[in-house]
Write a protein that binds this ligand. Structure first.
Ligand code: PAF
Length: 287
């Protein structure tokens, strides 16, 4: 595995092979392992799997966990080696952003709700850094997890709108044995918070099992289920269209239930695409 920290080195890497990029912020865990596995599959045995590790200051809001975001450099490098990564790009902040950087990439439709609404500037930071990584590493494809469902959609939209010739590959959410979505932020949870955080998956499953229920009712059901965990503080629970991310009043195909919940200072997100349902609010089966 080649490890590079500068843009010049990254761009000097001969690019004869098909390259698949896995952009990450490090603190790698089993969900990243799955992204890398899918990247390898997509690249083929002769292809090149590149991983970037960059904790992107631009996507953290002031006062959030940017400074304390875990940066286990050695463990991450060993993780990539063991996973069979070909190229690890691990730049410093100054390498990516000039002090007088004044150009940003902003998606303005899908970013208006959920994460975009709760974390102003977040997707502008994500799009800017992902566009830069695409320009630096010139991948043929890039892999993203569905845990960040809205991020995936925003990146797909950016790729379409800015004509990047890059396939975006989605990987289903990886979960711990008790259902909690794997995330670098799970490390921040104390034992009691970690135990109670399983309520998120439980709430999403409860929503999935309902029938003949309106959008309002399904959101209320999820909120009530989460409230069974005394340490949980809801940021949002919303039902939106999985393509436009606009709020929905009724559960219908392609409805996405998305949530952000705090345990202490740790903010966790999760989501579930709800399958076809009937909705009394719509007066009939909604197709
Ligand atoms: O999902 C992440 O880890 C980050 O948002 C990404 C895509 C690596 C951009 O910094």
């Amino acid at each position: 595995m080649k490890v590079v920290t500068t843009i010049a080195e990254a761009q000097a890497q001969a690019r004869m092979k098909r390259r698949v990029l896995v952009p990450t912020m490090g603190a790698l865990h089993k969900a990243h392992g799955e992204l890398i596995r899918v990247a390898r599959e997509y690249a083929g045995v002769d292809g090149d799997v590149a991983v970037s590790i960059f904790v992107n200051p631009l996507q953290f809001e002031p006062g959030s966990d940017y400074q304390k975001y875990p940066r286990p450099e050695e463990a991450d490098e060993a993780f990539c080696r063991a996973a069979g990564v070909d190229l690890l790009f691990r730049p410093a902040v100054e390498e990516i952003y000039s002090q007088d950087s004044s150009t940003f990439v902003e998606e303005t439709a899908l970013s208006r709700t959920l994460e975009g609404k709760s974390r102003p500037g977040h997707f502008r930071g994500v799009c800017t850094v992902v566009a830069k990584l695409f320009n630096i590493l010139s991948p043929d494809a890039a892999v993203f997890g569905e845990k960040d469902f809205q991020q995936l959609a925003v990146i797909r939209r950016m790729v379409r709108d800015l004509n990047f010739k890059i396939d975006i590959v989605a990987v289903p959410t990886v979960r711990e044995a008790d259902g909690l979505a794997s995330s670098s932020r799970n490390e921040y949870l104390n034992a009691a918070e970690r135990r109670q955080a399983t309520v998120l998956h439980k709430a999403l499953l409860a929503a999935e099992k309902t029938d003949n229920i309106s959008g309002r009712e399904v959101v209320d059901l999820v909120r009530r289920t989460i409230s069974e965990a005394p340490l949980a503080r809801i940021g949002y629970v919303e039902l939106v269209d999985a393509e436009t991310f606009e709020p929905l009043d009724v559960v219908r195909p392609n409805a996405l239930l998305a949530l952000a919940v705090f345990f202490g200072k740790t903010r966790l997100i999760d989501n579930r695409l709800l399958s076809e349902k009937t909705s009394p609010a719509a007066g009939a089966a909604v197709r």
